[in-house]
Design a protein around this ligand. Sequence first.
Ligand code: URP
Ligand code: ZN
Ligand code: ZN
Ligand code: ZN
Length: 484
Amino acid sequence: MTTVIKNGTIVTADLTYKADVLIEGGKIAQIGEGLKGDKVLDATGAYVMPGGIDPHTHLEMPFMGTYSTDDFESGTRAALAGGTTMVVDFVLPSPGQGLLDAKQMWHNKSGRANCDYSYHMAVTWWGEQVFDEMKTVIEKEGITTFKHFMAYKGALMVNDDEMYASFKRLAELGGIALVHAENGDVVAELQRKLMEDGNTGPEAHAYSRPPQVEGEATNRAIMIADMAGVPLYVVHTSCEEAHEAIRRARMQGKRVWGEPLIQHLTLDESEYFNKDWDHAARRVMSPPFRNKQHQDSLWAGLMSGSLSVVATDHCAFTTEQKRTGVGDFTKIPNGTGGLEDRMPMLWTHGVNTGRLTPNEFVAVTSTNIAKILNCYPKKGAILVGSDADIVVWDPDREKTISAQSQQSAIDYNVFEGKKVKGLPRYTLTRGMIAVNDGKVETKEGHGEFVRREANNPVNKALSSWKELTAPRPVKRTGIPASGV
Ligand code: URP
Ligand code: ZN
Ligand code: ZN
Ligand code: ZN
């Protein structure tokens, strides 16, 4: 059984051209003119692009006393509906829990996935067991990216000494360090003071996490990573202060990537001042939404290449769950959804406004992260031999985003009422049609785990450079007599 996508325009990160795509056995078998197959998908007037990769999700994650409501089934169904064909979720060991044990817990949940998925591992505590298991996680489990929370004091946060030790271990093993960059000590103190002063509502969440806490932590992580000799990926970059640190580091030749979220690109801090408590609390996430100047900075970063990837940090809590924080904003579960809306929102506000070219859109939603994660060109490409994770993108299809019609299991949508133009006509996950002329036809359990190898080309380049510039004793000729 073969499928052919006909009459479309292929758009990749670097090329735009007219050709048909033949799919066989879940992979791209041929690209060319006049191809024939058992099943024909008509892409007239549409773009044939690599399916999106969302490298930042939290599906059924235990967090702040509850579990995020979208699980691997509803989360990946939402992903496919919006043209995303792979997600990378964070395995989160609880304090004292081994990495392999936590990974097994995630594996028990991910069997329901509708599309392919991979994992990042979180380093939530430090000790010999973590040090040892990192090697197994990388070499046997195919998980090469490790996240460090610089915030959530008393829960997930790690300190600088732990971070430096972990970064050095990653450098040795060819992995990549990820950081949630906010100064957790300052956030905790600001939270305490705000509560003491009677600022208990969701707007205080934003006040407790100003851009300075993010800028400071981003810069600190960059410098620690540079000293440890490990490439660094900064998740949910939301403000100019953090972007500035990343931009400066990249200009200096440091190996750093920044990841803005679609939420921070398109929603702003005014949401927290809404008179409706639920409205504001539903938008509580860390870092919080920022003002227009910060948004402009993030867009400029995508345009200039100083920021590399657009993600969602999809972590969806119901209104009921958010209400745990009535009277105390520090108890509102942090997180928002976005998996179904990332690609249509980015196309609408990026490509349709002229801020991004279609090729740049593919780069920041798929190809760049596939290269960083070392799963390119299996993912992130339209090439013979690549997985047939494909979105046939109809630039004329329109809708108004609404919780009524979404795939996500929660009862609201932070993009409610937003009009988007540019939606999937077809989404294919390893050749299986999951969105058919706009209709969602996913298959639970179809998704497979994507193993990844350590030592991507950037790791190799950085370790060569660090080796070349490492401290060495000077070989001296004239040695003074002892005691002189
Ligand atoms: O508020 C957020 N971002 N929740 C998810 C966990 C995290 O910090 O990424
Ligand atoms: Zn985070
Ligand atoms: Zn509202
Ligand atoms: Zn996150």
